[in-house]
Design a protein around this ligand. Structure first.
Ligand code: 28G
Length: 667
């Protein structure tokens, strides 16, 4: 880059000034980052970025106008793509810059990066001390740029190319009745491509919106007629001046659409303590096609930010307050979305050193703007509402209606969403765990609602689900498939587990890591447990093979001696404990749980459900595919058949042969 500059200087008009060119190489190094990474400064090199160059120059002229020093701005687009912007302000200062002796302030402004640039650095300001920001970026990205300053009856000119001066600032002689700055530039095709063209329509709209945003300025737009399509709505020349400001803008934007209130809410208010001001124009259209265009210091903020937040707060609070005032109870539910969502809004804030934020710096971040805007607008809105009670009531009714409609839609959407999830297809009585993944979760199959209730209280909601099974569970060993499917308890169980049955069984779909049968420690409990095990054995054998089925071990007795309590699973364990003693003082109290439902949840948790303290029995069957276990597997199959199947004589024989066991459980 430095070499390229040296070449450039050999072509410069006054190559005989060595000190000048030496300094200039330094300057170019200063702008080199802009040419190297234009995206950092103008958000890309596309059409949008190209037009951003004009916005930067126009913003500087607008700053001079908003500061009260310029009343007129000209914007011209020539056939070769050269853009000229002129203001009648004070003219960029041309005296020596204090920090760079021998160099004009103008040249420093055009060749030095200020505050990091709009898209690169954190902060970016216009107006209030940082006048001229952005001109250097445009200069860096223009293959030709000239600045003219008319100041103190003198005209000064300096030409640049790709950020480098082609010569010193030169006096062009005296001028009469002229003051201000003119910047003329041509976008560098090396940066934007050979085919890059400014679109007249975009520049015209940009100029028009600036004119709306500052009523004190007149913008004269012109464009070479050859650039306009025959049917273009863009004029070749137009003087843009809108004494009505944003209200004119809103009226033009609404064209002939009807609005809810006859008069728009529009105005202008200064912030407390000379911190700036805000202008706004708002109407609620009949057709609900709202928009919100916000600006800060005439710079568009399409992503909103703090000034928009302040406006939303003012409107929402104003409408709710007015509703309260006139006794409209339904107004309480109005949200900011209801208040401003369908409104046509123009808001323009002027603040001293605005902070922009976001990917493309299109959002106002200055936090104080929220409060300032809200305070400035709120009183005026209250006043506007009470000024036309009929109109305000109509507006309020309309917004309340929309709020209710929105709430209904939200509700419907919510229901639709729930229906779409697996949750709603789950049985209603399942108390599911909150964890979605199966890993680390378990489902307790519990007999009856009262046991189910205790279990729900005793569980860990995140990982433990409870399915209370009431009514008779079918004996599946003797039931037909149809009958089994018709059984409510079994179909609930199948739904809850999610893994399907029979040929449809799929182990990966099991919704829990473990399935735990938790029945009372009595004969009925044992019966239900065996019915369930039979069901699993016949319909979800894979689940047992995978070692996922368990039996909980709830206690039958609690023995208390003074402050000490222990639990016993059965008579034998109780007797053993009574004999051995439990280490407390005084008489041992014995209580027998009639069912799990009777056990306080804390005890149920401690003895049976808490993974840290409980014991579970894993239900296992010998694997028929394992040759070593084939005989056992066959035995199991015939055992299940004899116990649970159709032939009562087999069951009878088993009970006879295993009488001890039968008596043991049949207390
Ligand atoms: C035509 C296209 C773009 C501008 C001005 C006027 C002044 C200025 C611009 O000053 C340096 C930094 C803070 C004072 C300010 C002139 C004060 C007195 C200006 C423009 C010096 C920048 N006299 N008009 N910059 N400030 N128009 N139009 O860029 O201390 S830029």
């Amino acid at each position: 880059m430095v070499r390229a500059m040296t070449d450039l200087f050999q072509n410069a008009r006054k190559p005989a000034e060595p000190s000048y060119s030496a300094q200039d190489i330094e300057v170019l190094e200063g702008l080199e980052p802009v040419r190297r990474r234009p995206g950092m400064y103008i958000g890309g090199t596309d059409e949008r970025a190209l037009h951003h160059l004009v916005a930067e120059v126009l913003d500087n002229a607008m700053d001079e106008a908003v500061a009260g020093h310029a009343s007129r701005i000209d914007l011209d687009l020539a056939e070769d793509g050269t853009v000229t912007v002129r203001d009648n302000g004070r003219g960029i200062p041309i005296d020596d810059h204090p920090k760079y002796p021998g160099k004009s302030a103008l040249e420093v402004i055009l060749t030095t990066l200020h505050s990091g640039g709009k898209f690169g650095g954190a902060a970016y300001s216009t107006s209030g001390g940082l006048h001229g920001v952005g001109l250097s970026v445009v200069n860096a990205l223009a293959d030709r740029l000239s600045v003219e300053v008319a100041r103190d009856r003198q005209l000064w000119v300096q030409n640049y190319s790709r950020g480098a001066p082609l010569g010193p600032l030169a006096a062009q002689g005296p001028v009469q009745n002229r003051r201000g700055t003119t910047v003329r530039f041509h976008a560098d095709p090396q940066i934007f491509g050979e085919g890059a063209r400014f679109l007249p329509h975009r520049l015209y709209r940009m100029a028009r919106s600036k004119a709306y945003l500052y009523r004190g300025v007149e913008i004269r737009w012109s464009c070479d007629a050859a650039l306009l399509e025959p049917d273009s709505t863009t004029p070749a020349a137009e003087t843009l001046r809108f004494p009505g400001g944003l209200l004119d803008y809103l009226t033009a934007a609404l064209k002939d659409r009807g609005t809810v209130t006859p008069v728009a809410f529009a105005g202008e208010a200064a912030f407390a303590g000379e911190a700036g001001r805000v202008e706004w124009a708002i109407a609620w259209p009949d057709d609900d096609e709202g928009f919100c265009h916000s600006y800060c210091n005439t710079i568009p903020t399409p992503q909103g930010g703090s000034h928009e937040a302040g406006l939303r707060a003012a409107l929402t609070r104003g409408l709710k307050g007015y509703g309260e005032l006139i006794g409209n109870r339904r107004a309480g539910q109005i949200t900011p979305d209801d208040a401003v969502g369908d409104a046509c809004i123009l808001i323009s804030a002027f603040i001293r050193e605005p902070q922009f934020q976001g990917q493309t710096k299109e959002k106002l971040a200055s936090p104080e703007a929220t409060r300032l805007v809200e305070q400035a607008i709120k009183d005026r809105f209250d006043h506007w509402l009470s000024g036309d009670p009929n109109a305000s009531r109509t507006l309020l009714d309309r917004l309340v209606e929309k709020a209710e409609e929105r709430a209904r839609r939200r509700q419907a959407k919510e229901t639709a969403r729930k229906t779409a999830t697996r949750k709603l297809r789950l049985p209603g009585k399942l108390a599911d765990c909150s964890r979605n993944a199966a890993d680390g979760t378990e489902i307790f199959l519990v007999e009856g609602d009262s046991a189910g209730g205790s279990a729900k209280q005793a569980r860990n909601r995140e990982t433990q689900a409870i399915l209370p099974l009431r009514g008779k569970i079918l004996n599946v060993a003797s039931a037909s498939l149809d009958k089994m499917r018709a059984n409510q308890e079994l179909s609930d169980l199948t739904l809850a587990l999610g893994c399907g049955i029979g040929r449809d069984f799929s182990a990966e779909k099991l919704r829990y890591e473990r399935v735990i049968i938790m029945t009372d420690a009595d004969v009925d409990g044992a019966h239900i447990a065996s019915l369930l095990m039979t069901f699993f054995y016949r319909e979800m054998a894979g689940l047992i093979q995978d070692g996922r089925l368990y039996l909980a071990q709830p206690p039958l007795y609690r023995l208390t001696q003074g402050a000490k309590s222990v639990y016993a699973r059965d008579d034998a364990e109780r007797d053993r404990l009574l004999k051995k003693g439990i280490g407390g003082k005084g008489k041992i109290e014995q209580s027998r749980f009639k069912g799990l439902g009777e056990m306080p949840p804390a005890q149920l948790k401690e003895t049976t459900m808490d993974p840290a303290k409980r014991t579970l029995l894993r239900v296992m069957v010998p694997d028929a595919k394992d040759p070593e276990a084939r005989e056992d597997a066959e035995h199991t199959r015939s055992l299940v058949e004899s116990l649970m199947g159709r032939k009562p004589e087999l069951r009878f024989r088993f009970i006879q042969e295993n009488a001890i066991f039968a008596r043991d459980i049949d207390v």
